[in-house]
Every structure is written in structure tokens, then in C-alpha cells.
Design a binder for this molecule. Structure first.
Ligand SMILES: Cc1cc2nc3c(=O)[nH]c(=O)nc-3n(C[C@H](O)[C@H](O)[C@H](O)COP(=O)(O)OP(=O)(O)OC[C@H]3O[C@@H](n4cnc5c(N)ncnc54)[C@H](O)[C@@H]3O)c2cc1C
Length: 472
């Protein structure tokens, strides 16, 4: 009996949810659905590897993936003991304010201690650990090497009742019925087309593209490599310096080097070009590492980094028993590291909605997509706001609030060079542990105002001295 037939039979006698896509958003959704349905099936197009391996359907897995502290804490909540598993596997622990060096437009962030501590690991390893934990759930099944091709609906198309799918070794389309479907199939989700096919509008989309490119290579560190930091991040500096990069340790004493270029200043994927690009950064640490370290992978490039939001929350009609989550709804410019944390927040939102609705799915779709949109607003504004610092960014113009935020954040960054409290707060916001409005706490606003007044006064004093000198 094929695995599909087995799943079809097993799930026919109980409540059943299907998740399309077995990457981070799909896995975290499955974890939530397992509390609300008797059976959960994760349908994944790829063959799922037995070991932590980068796979075809998740090409971004070749690149450094930071699980921000906000997301990391959700993971530990959903999978207690995850931290211990990462520790056993040799994933380094990083205190993000004390052991991570951040070189921004105004200098190095002031390092000091905090409770922002996570373990860093490869994307493939993280996904594998989560998948392995889910495979211990008796009510979760994985249908791998199986592609979803469309939706199955009731006679008036008002409710989704399953999916059409195809095993990769058999071109014949089959159906798997369910009470609920979650689309977590990523940036290339076909859900807009599937909706049109059954008589619904597809969602409008907002796309904001700063044309950022990645190149990543993994290394064994140079012999006797020593540093007083564990992660190093050099950001690009608008309006002219388009380049940045990061050094990031993971399990197995491997280090990822990512180089990024914004405004189409794409970093090369050949070794000589990669090293030369590293040399052109504003600080030498990444170059010094790369020139002496031993590469253990090819250099991988990536350019699909536009922020793209499919506005399911604005649709006037959607069939019941269907939701979309993760990158399938909103994918961010990855340099801000928000994707997996936002997927985790989306999964918690799903839990909230399912809990409230008590198995009555009528209206849940709309309610979920609207609630999810609220969750997406903050990371969206953070990512697109930064991208709008570049006048080459396409898809819109910075409004007055964004322009004000740029100026305010410039002052905050200036202060963060000498003030550990402000730097910590900034990192807490970046790591999605605190809301951006915490940067407008009176204690911060006072420091910002003090700095602005100081710089106005010193500029005036400076110009007076100049006038006196000229007159003299
Ligand atoms: C270069 C790069 C770097 C990134 N760095 C970070 C980072 O540092 N931190 C962070 O949090 N996020 C990062 N992200 C974002 C992160 O990868 C995603 O947000 C995260 O993986 C969640 O995506 P997802 O699960 O929604 O979709 P995806 O990861 O794209 O997965 C979609 C899954 O669906 C499967 N699938 C697709 N179509 C079908 C179908 N029809 N039937 C069955 N299966 C299907 C695919 O095979 C795949 O497994 C980065 C992204 C990129 C591109």
C-alpha cells in the first residue's frame, strides 16, 4: 500500500488538517494543528532527508539563517528541550549584545550583557531538529516527494475540503480530503492561482525591492583563530556604501560568511571575487577571516530578496477552512532575519484563532488572515523602512513617518555607540523581543533630544568660531 493510500485511509475517520509545505512555517503550523485535529498531514514536494541537509525546495538553506531571540523563545516554548538538543549538537551560544559585534553607519554598537542569548545553527539543522521532534507526534504524518496541485472544494466552492496532489514518482493526480488546509508553500505559493481557478479573486500584492544580493560560503576557521566576539555583522551604509557582510558560527565548528550588496551591487560567487568583495568592506575582520580560512562549500548566490506581501487580509471572499501562512503570505528582505520568527508568530496566531473558534471554521479564514496581517505590520515596516533608505529601492517612496524614523534611528544609532542601554534596546527590537515603540520610551527620547541639542549647539559654536576667524 502506498503511503498516500495509508494516509487517506487513516485520516478518513477523524478530524484532519493538511499543511502544504514542510519548511519552517509548515512545521510550526503542524505543531499547532496537532493540538486541534486528530490527524495532521504535512505534504512536502521534496524528498525529506534523514540527516540535516539543504534541500531543493529551500534553496535559501545554503545561507546563514539567524533565528532571532523572539523566534528562538517561541521554539523553546513549542518544543521544550530544544535548547539542550542544540547544545548537544555543538551549536554555539551567542549573547547578542555581548558577543556579537555590530558595525553600523555610526560605528560599533556598545557591547554589554543582556539576556538575549540563543544557540546558532545551520538552517538545515534547525529544520531537521524540528521535523524530528514532530515525527514523535503520533498524529502527524509526512507525505514527502508529493506535490500539491490544487484545492478540492464542496459543491458551491464555499469551503475547501482537501487538496489535489501528485506523488513525484507517479504522475496521476489524486485527492486527499481534510477539514482544514494551511498553505505554507513559501514565496512561490500557487494559492493565488488555485483561488482563481475556483472562482475567487487572488490577493493584491505589495512588492518593495532594494535589489539586495547574497553570496555565502562556509569555512573551517583559520588555525589558531581567536576573536573576542562570536558573530560579526557589518551593515551597508546609505547612501553610498552598498556593501556589508557577516561572520556566523554554527554546529560542527563551521563558520558562515555572507557578503551582501544592495542596489544591484551583487557580491560575486567566484572565490577571487568573493575575497576581493570582502576586502572592500568598511572594516577588515571579514576579509582577514576569509583570506586565511578553508572553504568547505561552494559559494552560493541568492537574489530573490524583495519584500513581498500578498494581502489575503484584504480579500472580501475566501473559502472557509483554508489559511495561508509564512512566506506564502509575506516574505521579507532576508537580511533583517525576520522570516522564521514571523512564521513562528503566525503559528501562534493560528493557535489563537483555532482556540477561539472551537472547531467552527466558518469565518476563521478571514479572522486569521486579518490577525496575521497585524502581526506582519511591524516586521514589514522595519524591513521596508530600512530598504527605503536607498533611493534605488523600487515599489514605493518613504512617507513622512518613514523619513522621520530614519532621522530618529540615526540619532539612536549614534547614541548606541557609547550607551549600552540604548544599544541593548535596539537589539531587543531587532530580535523581535520588544516592539519598535520601546525606542520611544522617555529615557531614550530624552537622550536623543539631548544629543540633537548638543550637536546643534556645537555646530553653532563651530560656525561662530569660523566667522570670528574669518573676521579676524
Ligand atoms: C537568502 C535568505 C536568507 C534568509 N535568512 C533568514 C534568517 O537569517 N532568519 C530568518 O528568520 N529567516 C531567513 N530567511 C527567510 C526564511 O528562509 C523563511 O522565512 C522561512 O524559511 C519560512 O519560510 P516558509 O516555511 O514560509 O517557506 P519556505 O522556506 O520557502 O518553504 C516552502 C516549502 O514548501 C514546499 N512546497 C512548495 N510548493 C509546494 C507544493 N505545491 N506542494 C508541496 N510542497 C511545496 C517547498 O519545497 C518548501 O519546503 C532567509 C531567506 C533567504 C531567501
Amino acid at each position: 500500500m502506498s503511503k498516500l493510500t495509508e494516509v487517506q485511509q487513516k485520516t478518513s475517520n477523524g478530524s484532519h488538517a493538511i499543511v502544504i509545505g514542510g519548511s519552517m512555517a509548515g512545521l510550526l503550523s503542524a505543531r499547532i494543528l496537532a493540538e486541534h485535529f486528530e490527524y495532521v498531514t504535512v505534504v512536502e514536494r521534496d524528498h525529506l532527508p534523514q540527516q540535516p541537509e539543504t534541500r531543493h525546495g529551500v534553496p535559501q538553506g545554503h545561507h546563514v539563517h539567524v533565528m532571532l531571540t523572539g523566534g528562538y523563545r517561541i521554539l523553546e516554548q513549542l518544543f521544550p528541550g530544544m535548547e539542550a538538543e542544540l547544545t548537544t549538537a555543538g551549536a554555539p551560544s551567542v549573547n547578542w549584545t555581548a558577543e556579537s559585534c555590530f558595525f553600523h553607519a555610526r560605528g560599533w554598537g556598545y557591547r554589554g550583557s543582556s539576556d538575549l542569548v540563543t544557540r546558532t545553527c545551520s538552517r538545515a539543522f534547525l529544520e531537521w531538529v524540528v521535523r524530528r521532534r514532530l515525527s514523535n507526534y503520533r498524529n502527524i504524518e509526512f507525505l514527502s516527494a508529493t506535490q500539491v496541485k490544487g484545492l478540492v472544494t464542496n459543491t458551491d466552492n464555499s469551503r475547501v475540503t482537501g487538496v489535489k496532489l501528485c506523488c513525484l514518482d507517479d504522475s496521476q493526480e489524486q485527492e486527499l480530503t481534510s477539514d482544514f488546509v494551511v498553505d505554507a508553500s513559501g514565496r512561490n505559493s500557487q494559492l493565488p492561482k488555485w483561488l482563481e481557478k475556483i472562482g475567487y479573486e487572488s490577493p493584491s500584492e505589495t512588492m518593495i525591492n532594494s535589489f539586495l544580493g547574497y553570496s555565502t560560503c562556509w569555512y573551517e576557521p583559520p588555525e589558531n583563530f581567536q576573536a573576542d566576539w562570536k558573530v560579526l555583522y557589518v551593515v551597508s551604509q546609505p547612501p553610498h556604501d552598498k556593501r556589508g557582510g557577516a561572520l556566523y558560527p554554527i554546529e560542527g565548528n563551521r563558520w558562515g560568511v555572507i557578503l551582501i550588496g544592495i542596489s544591484r551591487d551583487y557580491p560575486p560567487t567566484d572565490e577571487a571575487g568573493f575575497i576581493e568583495f570582502a576586502r572592500s568592506l568598511r572594516t577588515p575582520e571579514i576579509y582577514q577571516f576569509v583570506k586565511d580560512a578553508k572553504p568547505i562549500t561552494p559559494i552560493h548566490g541568492y537574489r530573490r530578496t524583495e519584500n513581498c506581501w500578498h494581502h489575503y487580509e484584504k480579500l472580501s471572499r475566501m473559502p472557509d477552512s483554508l489559511v495561508a501562512i509564512g512566506d506564502a503570505v509575506c516574505a521579507f528582505n532576508p537580511i533583517y532575519g525576520q522570516g522564521m520568527t514571523t512564521a513562528a508568530l503566525g503559528a501562534l496566531t493560528l493557535h489563537d484563532c483555532l482556540q477561539k473558534q472551537q472547531h467552527n471554521f466558518t469565518g476563521l479564514t478571514k479572522q486569521f488572515q486579518k490577525q496575521l496581517a497585524k502581526v506582519l505590520e511591524t516586521p514589514w515596516l522595519m524591513a521596508t523602512g530600512e530598504d527605503f533608505r536607498w533611493d534605488t529601492t523600487e515599489g514605493g517612496q518613504p512617507d513622512k513617518i518613514t523619513q522621520f524614523m530614519h532621522r530618529y534611528m540615526d540619532e539612536v544609532m549614534e547614541i548606541s555607540v557609547k550607551d549600552p542601554d540604548v544599544y541593548r534596546l535596539f537589539v531587543e527590537v531587532m530580535h523581535m523581543v520588544k516592539q519598535p515603540n520601546s525606542l520611544f520610551a522617555p529615557s531614550v527620547v530624552i537622550r536623543v533630544l539631548g544629543q540633537v541639542v548638543n550637536s546643534v549647539l556645537s555646530n553653532n559654536t563651530f560656525s561662530k568660531i569660523k566667522v570670528l576667524k574669518t573676521e579676524g
